[in-house]
Write a protein that binds this ligand. Structure first.
Ligand SMILES: Cc1ncc(COP(=O)(O)O)c(C=O)c1O
Length: 433
């Protein structure tokens, strides 16, 4: 079965649609995936962070089934439906900060980012966008431009959208200013101000877009003061601050949204991934005065906020609260961190252990002094982890970071087994290298 489907895949799909494994999924439950050959995987990848409530959560299934029997789609621009409107109200209530909010829904993370930028430009009448080194915001033309990694995301796909400017992010393990926290005084936040003098005119900048913790860039956690410093500089210049919570959102970091850790109320926030527990839905939530800038008909789309996605998303938010998943994320993160730190003592290849809540990662280096990325070893580690039954993901500009995105509902015993596989497998690949 697997061989036959993979042969068909080779003929039917373009090479550009890559896959980490040749396994073909048969079923998934909570943090366990079973493929068509009967192999079992512990899922530390979770659809790239879409399954925070776990695969096949009974309440998600019930909400989806109930909606299937009612109607499929009307398009919110023709007939309103209750779940869309209730979800918007719920997102407004849950988004960090006290300002009155508005929300609407689209189909994917990249589309949410496109919309956030569009609204920021409309609200400010300015064209420019500032994004960061190691950023990932999607694969459409605008979001590919905002993304910072060349291979595989941007290579040969130019030209990119104009008016995108880039500054370094607060990457303490590889500090762009060669300083050390806290003695550095978080000087890297001032690079935005330095940009106004050297690279871009402040009053032509509509927005700064930042991931609260960088995801694809390698789970880079900035110092606690970083985002509030950036936000303050934005306010001085009439620039809007967009928080891209697409990977950090929905409990992953130990709060419903990661900006809550930093006490920052973004002007616009983007969400996707775990909002829909596997169903394609994404959200744009922002301050009412900003979100109301576009004229009627200026924003939206045919499928945006489809009824199935909205019903599921409402259920996801209820599950997050009732099962206290943000708290669980903190306990998962504590256990993963403890294990990774123990592993760091055993394996010199682990240069850095970092993360926030259950968004944990290890950065692999050839040498702890030079910090040369151990890209080949990370690739071998990742492949062997799959072979040993652990679905996992790489990250980082140099593909030398292994990150964990397990469901926040993972059973403790399954988490433990997954961490055991990580340690045993690293022993195997380092012995072989
Ligand atoms: C922070 C962030 N923004 C945007 C995106 C793009 O989302 P999508 O793949 O749904 O377009 C991602 C996806 O990984 C992401 O992590």
């Amino acid at each position: 079965m697997e061989t036959e489907i993979n042969e068909l895949r080779a003929q039917a799909l373009p090479h550009g649609v890559a896959s980490a494994t040749t396994s073909i999924i048969a079923s998934a439950n909570n943090a366990t995936i079973i493929d068509t050959e009967g192999r079992e995987y512990i899922d530390f990848a979770a659809g790239i962070g879409t399954m925070n409530v776990g695969h096949s959560h009974p309440r998600v299934l019930a909400a989806a089934h109930a909606q299937l029997d009612r109607f499929a789609h009307t398009c919110v621009h023709i007939f309103g439906y209750e779940a869309y409107i209730r979800l918007a109200a719920k997102m407004n209530e849950k988004a960090p900060g006290t300002s009155p909010k508005r929300s609407y829904f689209v189909n994917s993370g990249a589309e949410a980012v496109e919309n956030a930028v569009k609204i920021a430009r409309c609200a400010t009448g300015r064209p420019g966008i500032v994004a960061f080194d190691n950023a990932f915001h999607g694969r459409t033309n605008l979001t590919m431009g905002l993304t910072s990694k060349i291979a595989p995301y941007k290579k040969n796909f130019g030209p990119y959208t104009p008016e995108i400017h880039r500054i370094p992010y607060a990457y303490c393990y590889r500090c762009p200013l060669n300083l050390t926290y806290p003695a550095c005084g978080v000087e890297c936040a001032e690079l935005l101000r330095r940009g106004f003098d050297n690279y871009f005119q402040a009053d032509k900048i509509a927005c700064v877009i930042a991931e609260p913790v960088q995801g694809e860039g390698g789970f880079i956690v900035p110092p606690p003061e970083y985002h509030s410093r950036l936000k303050a500089i934005c306010e001085e210049q009439g620039i809007l601050f967009i928080a891209d919570e697409i990977q950090t959102g929905f409990g992953r970091t130990g709060r419903l949204f990661a900006m809550e850790h930093y006490g920052v109320e973004a002007d616009i926030m983007t969400t996707a991934k775990s909002l829909g527990a596997g169903y394609p839905i994404a959200g744009i939530t922002g301050k009412a005065e900003v979100m109301d800038a576009p004229h009627p008909g200026g924003i939206g789309g045919t499928f945006g906020g489809n009824p199935l996605g909205c019903e599921v998303a409402l259920e996801v938010i209820a599950i997050m609260e009732e099962e206290r998943l943000p708290e669980r994320a903190n306990e998962i993160g504590r256990r993963v961190r403890e294990r990774f730190i123990a592993m760091q003592q055993r394996f010199p290849v682990i240069g850095d252990v970092r993360g926030l809540g259950a968004m944990m990662a290890m950065e692999l280096v050839e040498d702890r002094d030079t910090k040369k990325p151990a890209t080949d070893l990370t690739k071998a580690y990742r492949a062997k982890l799959f072979a040993n039954g652990l679905a996992n993901l790489q990250a980082g500009t140099y593909d030398n970071v292994i990150r964990t995105l397990m469901p926040l509902t993972i059973e403790w015993e399954t988490l433990q087994r997954g961490l055991d596989i990580m340690e045993e497998t690293l022993a195997q690949v380092t012995a072989a290298s």
